[in-house]
Design a protein around this ligand. Sequence first.
Ligand code: PLP
Length: 374
Amino acid sequence: MSTATQRIALSAPWIDERDEELVLEVLRSGWLSLGPTGPRFESLLAAAVDAPFAAAVSSGTAGLHLCMRLAGVGPGDEVITSPYSFVASANCAIYEGATPVFADIDARTFNLDPAAVEAAITPRTKAVVAVDIFGYPAEYDALVPLCERHGIALIEDACEALGARYRGKPLGSHGHPAVWAFYPNKQMTTGEGGAVTVHDEREYELLVSLRNQGRLETSSWLQHGRLGYNYRLDDISAALGIGQLEKLDRILEARGRVAAVYGELLADVDVETPWPDDAEHVRSWFVYVVKLPAGADRPAVMRQLADQGIATAPYLPSIHLQSYMRDRYGFAQGMLPVSEDCSARTMALPFHARLERADQERVVEALRGALNAV
Ligand SMILES: Cc1ncc(COP(=O)(O)O)c(C=O)c1O
């Protein structure tokens, strides 16, 4: 196949021999779950995000669900979150019988607008799930005092943001629970997997019990002190996580370089590029999402790129307009105009740590051509 027609994937994990070695070690040990590798992974992760406790779980979704249990979310409660996110950040509230309430976003960062969050608070509000969308930190300086003032739990969905920094400190270090995800398109992967980092030992103990079928530290294997789940991360996945964390700095640097190349190549293309960092927000690059001009025919642009072997994705649809959300809650178009406009115009380009400049040039030329043609 000639270079000009080779497929350019949307994402790709960075797996090397060290990862293979660590995984093989666990396989050969025969201790595939609840062994010593999980805690080793957790210590490294806790150190990476500067949090005292990390509980590894089977997915980011599982982590978000457990955070609902930590916050005591239940039937009749409301949980405010962003419509411009992956569905899991809203679904976690529904799992516990609560109602998701969407507040609109800032059109530049795609993160929750704190004023909209404040306007959405009612006596039933139990928690806010703030999402660091596409790796860009949400507005914690506004959200933390707001939640404190109203006695509401703040949960950070940092699933897309490992390595990002807010006000000079890593996400995860700011005191409230943060949830991480390690699906293979993320900055680092464990295959499937996730984690919750917390700053309170009792919360950590509760997480450890909940992920392990509600077992108590003192119970024997078949005694269960509370309703729990099997949200454990196995040791094979944790071993891969160790390999990934060992090279996290290199991964993040490489992703930053790839993003910078896109920034340069897209300078004269008629799209909005991701909102830049400032003194308070340092993004960890998860995806590279551009916003097309209003009125551009996004499906046609995506089709043209697909015809040239270039994968793209319509990141992200607004959650309240997903069919199950409309059916369940009567949500409709027009409720969250900023999110809806972003959803109609944003698009993820191929992006990963080892994407080569020549491929990025092909992507940008194809995008330029498609925008001129539609
Ligand atoms: C913002 C956000 N929240 C939650 C999740 C859920 O993570 P997982 O797929 O590991 O369940 C993801 C993963 O795509 C995500 O991007």
